[in-house]
Design a protein around this ligand. Structure first.
Ligand code: FAD
Length: 560
């Protein structure tokens, strides 16, 4: 029988092994996993820290025995592959009772990624943790239990944690540690939390973190973990490059991962961007008998066509399935470029992204317009309506290029609709015409996604020229700023030199606006961009050069 050897028994590797068995009942399928566990739900680790997933073992989805029983897989944990001999088609395996060689007809590499540790002195202190594997979880849980025992025994100093890195996993860890009762600080080298998020959306998350007592240290890095003397209130002080020192009993480092491609590199397989294993559309490496999937491989990004690793569970699982199809000559599912669709809960908020951000598009010289919508997640008059803040990019031909959303409700469904739209190459016109489910508790007859389409149509066809908060200084210097909010809203905060004409009075006060503009363009704004859109139409019809502030005052106040 054909022998398939799989290196790495979690997301990508186990998807491939299971699919291979379903396609070929006779193949010998051997899964080699260096750790104690296969098929564990790594994405669930943060939720177990807080106790939201009560039982640690709930993360262990299968055991070698259950995989033998259901799929007749030969799963060997604590078996680490140390070398590949491509000419002989064998791998060398290190196990507790010695090393051995194992031949293969097809080899699948799914070794995942390894945690990147920043250049910080003192990371070997027992207070310092990472969160990637079950043993990481066990070590962190043991540390927290020990600290909680100190509290039970009369410790008075509050328990403090510092999370280094405010990416997706870092933010999940912050939420988890707060949930566990610790006082948490987060340190992020970028100037904002969740660096892939648009700069005008990230401050919403920052406010949510602060509202939950989290200390934010942005635009600075950890430089040293300094052990504190016996009897001090906290185990360590984490020193930052800005001179701050943060007390901590736990330091959780989450600054990213890199592809675990050492084995592939040593075997002479071609690597691509950032050291990820290069694969073709069938997940085949530069060796026709070797396939690779998951965090370790290079993917093609949608829209920009750039290549690089994307460490997400969805792509890993789908690649595993396609790799098995390819190995067994089953069928060819056309490979889709990776959108990088991702989502994170930060206390009461959800933030989600699909496709490239404005910064990524700009860096790749992709011409685009940014469009913003702040719209209620269901009918505004139905109790409980929450705004969904969307920032999206469209090409000059109307194609959606990327989208991001933040809000308290309904963000997950909008990002999935937009991810589907992106995959399908839909345009602003298509979004405007999408027929989405509506009853008052769920949506609106003009859903957030339809609204995004409408606004993009208006921007792209010139019905509503717009200006951006990022260009504020230049706009204020060269235009008349017209604030069409109510007098009360204006009194609560306004731009220097802005003329306040509530939009309901605009038609009667056109001459006043024209005189104030004195030939300059009129930069209109309201709170969210809706009333100022009406005003922009009135001004354009009256022959004035008018533009609407994208996202309104709401976006202005969150734009750095
Ligand atoms: P992994 O699932 O990491 O599996 C690789 C396995 O290979 C490891 O068990 C490793 O021990 C083993 N291995 C490596 N080298 C060898 C060797 N030489 N011999 C034998 N075994 C070896 N993604 C999302 O999309 N959404 C989320 O919400 C999300 N949350 C996450 C939260 C956390 C805390 C973490 C750590 C990750 C999260 N991810 C999330 C990412 C997701 O888990 C990964 O993208 C996915 O697991 C990658 O699958 P993989 O098969 O490539 O690697």
């Amino acid at each position: 029988a054909r022998r398939i050897v799989v290196v790495g028994g979690v997301a990508g590797g186990m998807s491939a092994a299971a699919r291979a068995r379903r396609l070929d009942e006779r193949a010998s399928i051997i899964v080699l996993e260096q750790s104690d566990h296969v098929s564990f739900a790594g994405c669930g680790l943060p939720y177990q820290v807080a106790g939201e997933i009560a039982e640690r073992d709930a993360l262990l989805l299968h055991t070698p025995a259950s995989l033998r029983a259901s799929l007749d897989l030969d799963v060997r944990t604590r078996h680490r592959v140390t070398a590949i001999d491509r000419a002989a088609r064998t791998v060398t395996v290190a196990a507790e009772d010695g090393a051995y060689e194992l031949g293969y007809d097809a080899l699948l590499l799914a070794p995942g990624a390894t945690t990147v540790l920043p250049p910080v002195a003192g990371l070997d202190h027992p207070a310092v943790h990472t969160l990637r594997t079950m043993s990481d979880l066990d070590a962190l849980s043991a540390r927290l239990a020990q600290l909680e025992a100190e509290v039970a025994a009369g410790r008075t100093a509050p328990l403090r944690a510092v999370v280094v890195g405010a990416g997706f996993i870092g933010l999940e860890a912050v939420e988890a540690l707060v949930g566990r009762g610790l006082t948490v600080d987060v340190v992020e080298r970028a100037d904002q939390v969740l660096p892939p998020l648009e700069p005008d959306l990230a401050p919403l998350l920052a406010d949510e973190l602060r509202d939950h007592g989290v200390g934010l240290h942005l635009g600075t890095s950890a430089s040293a973990v300094v052990p504190q003397p016996e009897g001090a209130d906290h185990a360590v002080a984490l020193e930052l490059t800005d001179g701050t020192a943060l007390d901590a009993d736990v330091v959780l480092v989450s600054v990213g991962v890199r592809p675990a491609s050492d084995l592939a590199a040593a075997a002479g397989l071609a690597l691509g961007e950032r050291g990820a294993i290069r694969v073709d559309a069938d997940q085949r490496t530069s060796d026709p008998h070797v396939w690779a999937v998951g965090d370790a491989v290079e993917v093609v990004h949608a829209v920009t066509g750039a290549t690089g690793p994307v460490p997400l569970a969805g792509p890993a699982n789908r690649q595993g399935r396609r790799a098995a199809d390819s190995m067994l000559g089953h069928r060819r599912t056309p490979q889709a470029p990776v959108l990088g669709t991702a989502i994170v809960r930060v206390f009461g908020l959800t933030a989600a992204v699909t496709g490239p951000s404005h910064a990524t598009l700009a860096a790749a010289d992709v011409v685009h317009e940014q469009v913003r919508v702040h719209a209620a997640h269901h009918a505004g008059w139905f109790p409980g309506a929450e705004p969904v803040h969307v920032t999206a990019s469209f090409g000059p031909d109307g194609r959606l290029l990327g989208a991001q959303a933040v809000g308290r409700a309904g963000v997950d469904k909008r990002i999935d609709v937009l991810a589907t739209a992106l995959r399908a190459g839909l345009t602003a016109d298509d979004l405007a015409e999408l027929e989405l489910a509506y009853a008052p508790p769920y949506g609106a007859p003009k859903d957030v996604v339809n609204m995004l389409g409408f606004v993009a149509q208006n921007v792209l066809d010139g019905t509503m020229p717009q200006w951006h908060a990022a260009d504020l200084d230049e706009v204020v210097a060269t235009s008349l700023v017209l604030d069409v909010r109510s007098r009360a809203e204006h009194a609560g905060g306004y731009l220097d030199g802005a003329l306040n004409v509530p939009h309901t009075e605009l038609r009667e006060r056109l001459d006043e606006v024209r005189a104030a503009a004195a030939g300059r363009p009129v930069a209109v704004h309201c709170a969210s961009g809706v009333r100022s859109y009406l005003a922009t139409r009135v001004l354009l019809t009256a022959g004035l050069d008018a533009r609407n502030l994208s996202g309104g005052w709401l976006t202005l106040t969150t734009t750095p």
